[in-house]
Ligand binder design. Structure first.
Ligand SMILES: [Zn+2]
Length: 321
């Protein structure tokens, strides 16, 4: 199951599972998780825990497989379109009046509560307050800033944290067979499984790291700057800058003490730690920090990349003397 090996070790899941075992499950949970791309999979896992007869969702029974394919008659998913609208909540209210057909429980999954307009959230309050018997609501949100306090106070909140890089690698290595590509994707994912998987599939993680590495190899004079920065597209910008940050950071650390590693990314950092002096590396890492700020303030990709690449080059020349 997608990310279940990670999820099952979180406090969020343990608390939920214990509630279910004790028969004290709350009628509404707010599951907060920054990993938008995998949140639905986590919500499915919670629903399976509610309906599967095993104490850990088996993944193969009728309930588990129907939840996985979103075709279970007693597990309703929202939104039906892009985000949860008032019409979705009306539909939920209507459907919650019916008894479950196949099981003894009825589950409503609302993914994307952070994007729900206040009117739609308000509509949900009554069901959250007085839910029909054996009805469970699983609300998924990437953050709670936009969730009304009246909604928050009626749900039991569970937080799914970011995961350690090595744990994400372990969770994905069965399906992502190119190890170096996987490591690149995970390094750039900020502890989020869904983001790591997407970067692996698109190859964006590996490409961003490759460009970061090439910054130090291909750009040797100011004439190279414009040609090089054209390769860093808007989509790759953030990953490219964080790859540069990691690369210079690792190179600086390697000048101070040995750290083991493998792959092109590590080899480049090791090489930089030997061939560039400390001044040039600090200059580069300052330039990267400035670029991170520029990205945050929405500067154009070309301007950011031109700036950082030129600055790294400048540092290399300055500290050669
Ligand atoms: Zn099952």
């Amino acid at each position: 199951m997608n990310g279940f090996s990670l999820l099952k070790n979180t406090n969020a899941y343990k608390v939920f599972s214990l509630d279910v075992s004790r028969g004290t499950a709350s009628h509404a949970y707010l599951i907060v998780c920054e990993d938008e791309l995998n949140l639905e999979n986590y919500l499915k896992a919670f629903a399976k825990r509610l309906l599967c007869s095993e104490s850990e969702p088996c993944g193969v029974c009728r309930n588990c497989t129907l939840i996985e394919s979103k075709t279970h008659t007693d597990v309703v998913f929202y939104p039906t379109g892009k985000k949860i609208l008032v019409a979705d909540v009306d539909d939920l209210v209507k459907k919650s009046a019916y008894k479950p057909l196949e099981c003894d429980k009825k589950v409503f999954i609302l993914n994307g509560v952070s994007n729900m307009l206040p009117q739609a959230q308000n509509k949900l309050l009554k069901t959250l307050e007085e839910p029909p018997k054996n009805t469970y609501l699983l609300l998924g949100a990437t953050s709670t800033y936009t969730v009304l306090s009246t909604v928050l106070s009626r749900c039991k909140r569970l937080d799914i944290p970011s995961f350690k890089e090595e744990d994400i690698v372990k969770a994905l290595e069965g399906e992502c067979l190119d190890r170096q590509k996987l490591l690149s994707a995970v390094r750039l994912s900020g502890g989020k499984l869904g983001e790591a998987r997407e970067r692996y599939e698109s190859g964006a993680g590996a490409l961003a790291e490759e460009l970061a590495i090439k910054t130090f190899i291909e750009v040797t004079s100011s004439r190279d700057v414009a040609r090089f920065s054209g390769k860093v597209t808007k989509e790759l910008l953030k990953d490219y800058i964080s790859s540069l940050a990691r690369l210079t950071g690792l190179a600086l650390r390697l000048q101070d003490h040995f750290e083991s590693g493998d792959g092109a990314f590590y080899e480049t950092a090791l090489n930089l730690s030997k061939t560039l002096n400390k001044g040039a590396l600090i200059h580069a890492s300052d330039a990267v920090r400035k670029a991170e700020k520029d990205v945050y303030f929405n500067a154009t990709a070309t301007a950011v990349v031109d700036g950082v690449v030129f600055s790294i080059l400048e540092g290399k020349h300055k500290w050669l003397k």
